[in-house]
Design a protein. Structure first.
Ligand SMILES: *Cc1c(COP(=O)(O)O)cnc(C)c1O
Length: 940
């Protein structure tokens, strides 16, 4: 192996490290360790059939060649995807900055104040622009946001109706996603042209687009009134840029607003990732799905941010959860929020006004040339009638480098955006065969719908006009946070491994970034080849027959997989099979996804060793034999163990007529050693933002491909922009989901090759067992499998010390911040424990630094236990320590400041200081504030 090998860069421990780690674990080689750890029933002894590994520069050259086969045209297709100028200061300092993109979801608020503030800006932006009280911290895309709005409306509506009305002028892909979500829930979707058709007598909600897909801006107030009269809720899918000029949904009484923030500086990326948004009126905030950032206070009473209403997470609600969204679109939400921070209200209004003027000019020119333009008010989109000539016009524009929307044989849609130039408008005119106009052009926005209310009045949106100010603001927030660029994030189940720079670079190339999802096929050959190869490689890695990358998060892959199972049963006349068995240790999204797929969840217990209880499994299968649809298990288990019973579990469920879903979030423990598609499973989702190196982005983006065996392949998600296919619901708004970040896993697989991937798995398992071996005598390791070995993660049981000393899992997590670490996963899957997943990317020095910190913390716990330190006032209870706290004049604590600030082994100069003390979550939930508080609120 030469030093050129990427795998040597990706994998932290070198050969000497490996030998020392193997010694500690008690094995002579990684092969021997893996032979012992992985049950022979699932072990695969082949070698992955992947191309030989490319070096970084070779892979980048191949990606350049693929990118060159995409054509960046001027996109005037619209339909929810628009050209936008990403301010360079945001591109380089957010999208391309590991301090932002390698951060984890802000569950530990003390080390996440920067991204929490950025998300609060996003929420404030959405809430101000929509005129609604509360917005969440992002949805996966506009289609899924609209679908969540539908189910929210159903929960909140007093109407007993099953009917959801969707205006025919909604985005076609939104209608497809809504229809796909509605069917398993027994909701009847009625698409009506509400410009001419009346509302039905009874319905629980209505979805309106504003402006419509055709571009038409209509006054929806009468529809809102009519809907409210029958107890229905109204969702308005609104374009945020248009809302700088138009009366917002909240001011006409809409209950919910949903949409995308893509055109706020986020590249189209062939469909994603972008941040969807969801906002609700006062009174509905506690029903809002997804993550919500709120303001609370820390132990010193200072204002501090944290995720609000955490109890609504699927982890706790499980089968009572109403949404499965977990990973969202944080990085993109940060970008969109920063776009608003940088431009401010006046800048946004100007961008919107300019966009509108271009569209108005375009329309006037068409009219002057005798082309019929729909006689409606519009913002940025014009629909022109050219009977029988639409295809010809679109082709002519395309020949001139401009993509237009072919509505039907007679109509062409043209959307303007921030990037539209006068020259491009002239090209469109030429494509229509008209000369255009000179001189003044009337506004086409209806005066009656003009926005009169202020927005973005908070100082944050008014004080970062210069690039210097913006740069420093981004730097300041990034410095508040702990991401992988500072140190290890040993989060069990989350696989926080290296996100290599070479993997990231292509994401911002124009040939990947600036492609509309509906661009003509001949302009996207490079993308489609990349996606085809990636799907093929993922099929090889997992042993499945077919893969779809459409789902844009793990949760969405789960739903896609379960819907495929459902459709398969139905295709065989087994409509009645609707029971989904889920082990009690499962990730919360599993149960939530099953409910969304119209299944009934039946929980299977775990035995004393943490394995699926096969006796209980038999009992549950017996009780539901005729209605069994599926079992959903995680492998290795969420306890981080290679369960030996997996093969017999698969056989039992198959014998009873059910299908086996293996949650592939833990694939990092299997790649190259076992393939779920060959050891008995029928379907899995993978988390490309875990095993395959897409960075977590502070809580998104992600990609959750669904992988199936051949019999389920006919039920994979269909193209949301195509004709509906029964049994193949669209899962995301774009055909290839978050296509824009697929170069990352492509590059990872391309550079690792078969041997590199297997070695990564081996080292990940070795690292987890090394940590378990070093920490076992200080904290019991809760579960183990074959020969006392864990898989790629281990659970440290703190319950005995908590019982003996009162020191909680929270105290340990927060004290780790003082030691310079992000806490492991807390209280999942077992309350009162920490789950550690080191991954293959951390070298031995960092693993040892972590183990040393945990051992030192154990000694601190003993001092509390022995009474040397009082229970309520010790370095654990007071953690984390801020610079302000230990540098202040007041020090009433019974231990030296240095113990608070510089615990054993902490480097003085490079110390990470959290900006706030421990955050009081409950206080913030009781006093819910989910938009930027006034500056006075920070005075403590
Ligand atoms: C992360 C995870 C999921 C959910 O994935 P998201 O991308 O966050 O939706 C599901 N199951 C398990 C076991 C996981 O670890």
């Amino acid at each position: 192996m030469t030093a050129e090998q990427f795998a040597d860069r990706h994998i932290g421990p070198g050969p000497d490290d490996e030998r020392r780690m193997l010694d500690a674990v008690g094995y002579a080689s990684i092969d021997e360790l893996m032979d012992a750890a992985i049950p022979e029933v699932i072990r695969w002894h082949g070698r992955l059939d992947l191309p030989p590994p490319a070096s970084e520069h070779e892979a980048l050259a191949e990606l350049r060649a693929l990118a060159a086969r995409n054509t960046v045209a001027v996109s005037m297709i619209g339909l929810g995807y628009h050209g936008t100028h990403t301010p360079a200061v945001i591109r380089r300092n957010v999208l391309e900055n590991p301090a932002w993109y390698t951060a984890y979801t802000p569950y530990q608020p003390e080390i996440s104040q920067g991204r929490l503030e950025a998300l609060l800006n996003f929420q404030t932006m959405v809430s101000d622009l929509t005129g609604l009280a509360t917005a969440n911290a992002s949805m996966l895309d506009e289609g899924t946001a609209a679908a969540e709005a539908m189910t929210l409306a159903r929960r909140a509506s007093k109407s007993g109706s099953r009917v959801y009305v969707v205006d025919a002028d909604a985005l076609p892909q939104t209608i497809a996603v809504i229809a796909g979500r509605a069917e398993p829930l027994g909701i009847e979707v009625r698409v009506l042209d509400l410009a001419v058709e009346p509302l039905p007598a009874e319905f629980f909600g209505v979805h309106l687009q504003y402006p419509g897909a055709s571009g038409a801006v209509r006054d929806h107030a009468p529809l809102v009134e009519a809907a409210h009269a029958v107890g229905a809720l109204v969702t308005v899918a609104a374009d945020l840029l248009a809302l700088t000029l138009l009366r917002p949904p909240g001011e006409i009484g809409a209950d919910i607003a949903a949409g995308t923030t893509q055109r706020f500086g986020v590249p189209m990326g062939f469909g994603g990732p972008h941040a969807g948004y969801l906002a609700v009126r006062a009174g509905l905030e506690r029903m809002l799905p997804g993550r919500l950032v709120g303001v609370s206070r820390d132990a010193a009473g200072a204002a501090a941010y944290r995720l609000a209403l955490q109890t609504r997470e699927q982890h706790i609600r499980r089968e009572k959860a109403t949404s499965n969204i977990c990973t969202a679109q944080v990085l993109l939400a940060v970008m969109a929020g920063m776009y608003a921070v940088y431009h401010g209200p006046d800048g946004l209004r100007e961008i919107a006004a300019r966009t509108h003027r271009m569209a108005a000019r375009l329309a006037a020119g068409l009219r002057a040339g005798g082309v019929e333009v729909a006689d409606v008010a519009f913002f940025d989109t014009v629909t022109a009638r050219v009977p029988g000539r639409a295809g010809q016009v679109v082709a002519e524009a395309q020949r001139r480098g401009v993509n237009l929307r072919l509505v039907d044989a007679d109509r062409v849609g043209v959307s303007c955006d921030e990037t539209t130039t006068a020259e491009q408008v002239a090209v469109v005119w030429a494509a229509f065969g008209v000369d255009g106009v000179a001189g003044e052009v009337p506004e086409m926005l209806p005066a009656a719908l003009a926005r009169t209310s202020d927005f973005l009045t908070h100082p944050v949106f008014r004080t970062h006009r210069s690039e210097t100010a913006m740069l420093r603001y981004l730097r300041r927030l990034a410095d508040f946070d702990y991401a992988l660029d500072r140190g290890m994030i040993p989060l069990g189940s989350c696989t926080m491994k290296l996100n290599a720079t070479a993997e990231m670079e292509p994401v911002s190339w124009a040939e990947f970034a600036n492609i509309h999802p509906l661009a003509p096929a001949e302009q996207t050959a490079g993308y489609r080849e990349l996606i085809g190869q990636l799907e093929g490689w993922l099929a090889e890695v997992t042993g499945y027959d077919a893969v779809s990358v459409q789902p844009n998060a793990g949760s969405q892959g789960e739903l896609a997989g379960l819907l495929a199972i459902r459709a398969w049963h139905r295709s065989r006349g087994d409509q009645h099979r609707d029971v989904c068995l889920i082990p009690s240790s499962a990730h919360g999204t599993n149960a939530a996804s099953a409910v969304m797929a119209g299944m009934r969840v039946v929980v299977v217990g775990c035995d004393a060793d943490g394995n699926v209880d096969l006796v209980d499994l038999d009992a549950k299968i017996d009780a539901h034999r005729d209605t069994l649809a599926a079992i959903m298990v995680t492998y290795p288990s969420t306890h981080g163990v290679y369960e030996t019973g997996i093969a017999s579990l698969c056989a039992k469920v198959h014998d009873a007529g059910g299908q086996v879903y293996v949650d592939g979030a833990n694939l990092n423990a299997l790649v190259g050693f076992a393939r779920p598609g060959r050891f008995g499973a029928d379907v899995s989702h993978l988390n490309l933002h875990k095993t395959f190196c897409i960075p977590h982005g502070g809580g998104g983006p992600g990609v959750g491909p669904v992988a199936v065996r051949a019999h389920l392949a006919p039920f994979l998600p269909a193209d949301p922009a195509g004709a509906p296919v029964p049994g193949r619901p669209a899962i995301a708004a774009a055909r290839y989901g978050s296509a824009g970040i697929l170069p990352i896993p492509w590059a990872y697989l391309r550079m690792m090759g078969a041997d590199g991937l297997a070695r990564a798995t081996g080292v990940a398992v070795l690292a987890a067992n090394y940590v378990a071996a070093r920490l076992r005598e200080h904290f019991p390791v809760l579960y183990a499998g074959n020969k006392g070995l864990v898989a790629h993660e281990c659970i440290l049981d703190l319950r005995p010390v908590t019982k003996a000393t009162g020191v909680s899992v929270d105290d340990v997590a927060k004290r780790l911040i003082d030691y310079g670490f992000h806490a492991p996963t807390m209280s999942f899957p077992v309350a009162g424990t920490l789950m550690v997943e080191p991954t293959e990317s951390e070298d031995l020095a960092e693993l040892d630094r972590f183990c040393d910190a945990m051992i030192a913390i154990r000694a601190e716990i003993d001092k509390v236990g022995s009474g040397a330190w009082p229970t309520g006032d010790n370095p654990l209870a007071n953690a984390p320590h801020t610079a302000e706290m230990v540098g202040g004049d007041d020090w009433p604590h019974p231990y030296p400041r240095s113990v608070g600030a510089w615990p054993a082994g902490v480097e003085r100069a490079g110390k990470y200081w959290p900006p706030v003390r421990r955050v009081d979550g409950g206080y913030g939930d009781r006093n819910l504030v989910c938009s930027c508080p006034s500056p006075q609120a920070y005075e403590s």
